[in-house]
Write a protein that binds this ligand. Structure first.
Ligand code: PMP
Length: 456
């Protein structure tokens, strides 16, 4: 094993970390953390410090760490056949089986699975398929994609554009022109504090209608949204939001992409977030929970309506000009199969719903009454605590105070990992579905201590 100081030096010298302050890291001003091993909901660093990971990595290790069933499935696949491509009709038993397993679990009306590697490339695929679809239909002008401010859909050129967070746009010349944003369904940040939830939904619908009117429905191809907004603040939609939005989209013949990278495979206590909120998507993005991050794998689940058109279109155009070397990688597929079996065998979707509810309640009890806690919100095994300077007046802290990050830092000192969400003072949680009741209580209790340490 490398000595700690060597590892430190090489890390600072050689490793370009994603989503990291580059100068602070390279110059040794920010701490680095090297994770050595993990089991269940706990990770351990190179110095032997143990943490309860209440964010499941990046809300992806849904079945928890150290699952030997998945590790063994990966090893067996690597020994038998580490790789073959999926072009021109090729496949492996693992990739075919997994496609079937995904469709068996998907909401009604889904037809095929296209495999990628991560959530960003799956959303790139979705946009390409949407454009291809409208070209086949002879509607070359119908190309714009509507996304929500605070939505998160990846950090590629198109997907970083879809992402509605400033950090992902500035200095990258994004968003691209084909992407337009509409208001987030974020009730705490509603434009008028007197607005009821129902009135807020009406307002969001009116905003969307106005945007479509302004741009022209014949220029808009699709709307993309996470069933429950994740990275933008962990925000469940207001009651009635999705059916109301769906109605507008249907009326204007605009496709709906449900980005289920976080919500897919159980996080809300249902197999898909679309099931949870009664969404009827044309495309579904999946990644993270598909393999619980034991191997990189993502997918675009294509609905019947689009599939029929795509299938017809290829007669004229020849093979579809879209594919990655690693599409449907057998090792990822083997991990996916073992992961989905484990979720079934251990009833982990049910556990995410049941223990998740308890976890949300425990958090509410622990910090919901604090003078600076504006809201404890969540659904299934995902939750957030949002802080405000003056809750009665609805005013937020100065972003420079970094209240969310401070609370997350204190929580870490207590051995629990939560995540300070990137925009706003929001402490997020998305633990593995295997979280126990006592672990849920521990996270809530330590959150209360961290909040008290920062905000009194
Ligand atoms: N969509 C959603 C909803 C996500 O949360 C993420 C990642 N956090 C992505 C897409 C992008 O996935 P990836 O980081 O695997 O590219």
């Amino acid at each position: 094993m490398l000595r700690n100081d060597t590892l430190d030096q090489w890390d600072r010298e050689a490793f370009f970390h994603p989503s990291t302050h580059l100068a602070q890291h390279a110059q040794g001003e920010a701490p680095n953390r090297v994770i050595r091993t993990a089991s269940g909901c706990h990770i351990e660093d190179r110095d032997g410090n143990r943490f309860l990971d209440a964010f499941a990595g990046l809300y992806c290790v849904n079945v928890g760490y150290g699952r030997m069933e998945i590790a063994e499935a990966i090893a067996e696949q690597a020994k038998e056949l580490a790789y073959y491509h999926a072009y021109v009709g090729h496949g492996t038993e693992a990739s075919i089986t997994l496609a079937k397993m995904i469709l068996d679990r998907a909401p009604d009306g889904m037809s095929k699975v296209y495999f990628g590697l991560g959530g960003s490339d799956a959303n790139e695929t979705n946009v390409k398929l949407i454009w291809y679809y409208n070209n086949i239909l002879g509607r070359p002008e119908k190309k714009k994609i509507i996304s929500r401010w605070r939505g998160y859909h990846g950090s590629g050129l198109m997907t970083g554009s879809l992402t509605g967070l400033e950090l992902f746009h500035k200095k990258f010349d994004l968003p691209l022109a084909q992407v337009i944003h509409t208001e987030a369904p974020y009730y705490l940040r509603r434009p008028d504090r007197e607005m009821s939830e129902a009135a807020f939904v009406d307002h969001l619908v009116a905003e969307l209608e106005a945007l479509i009117e302004r741009e022209g429905a014949d220029t808009i191809a699709a709307f993309i949204g996470e069933p429950l907004m994740g990275t933008g603040g962990i925000v469940p939609p207001p009651e009635g939001y999705w059916p109301a939005i769906q109605k507008v989209l249907d009326r204007h013949d605009i496709l709906l992409v449900a980005d289920e990278v976080v919500t897919g495979f159980g996080r809300l206590g249902t197999m898909f977030g679309s099931d949870h909120y009664g969404i009827r998507p044309d495309l579904i993005t999946i990644a993270k929970g598909l393999t619980s991050a034991y191997a990189p794998l993502s997918g675009s689940i294509v609905g019947d309506k689009m599939w029929k058109v795509l299938e017809q279109g290829t007669d004229e155009n020849g093979p579809i000009g879209h594919g990655w070397t690693y599409s449907a990688h057998p090792i990822g597929a083997a991990a996916g199969i073992a992961n989905l079996r484990l979720i079934d065998d251990l009833n982990l979707v049910e556990n995410a719903g049941r223990v998740g509810r308890m976890f949300n309640e425990a958090l509410q009890d622990a910090v919901g009454g604090h003078a600076h806690v504006a809201e404890v919100r969540g659904e299934g095994m995902i939750a957030a605590v949002e802080f405000q300077k003056d809750v009665a007046a609805g005013t937020f802290f100065d972003p420079g105070d970094k209240i969310g990050a401070q609370v997350a830092g204190k929580l870490l000192e207590h051995g629990v990992i939560g995540r300070a969400m990137p925009q706003g003072d929001i402490l997020g949680f998305a633990p593995p579905f295997s979280l126990t009741e006592s672990e849920a209580a521990e996270v809530a209790d330590k959150t209360a201590k961290a909040v008290a340490a920062v905000l009194g």
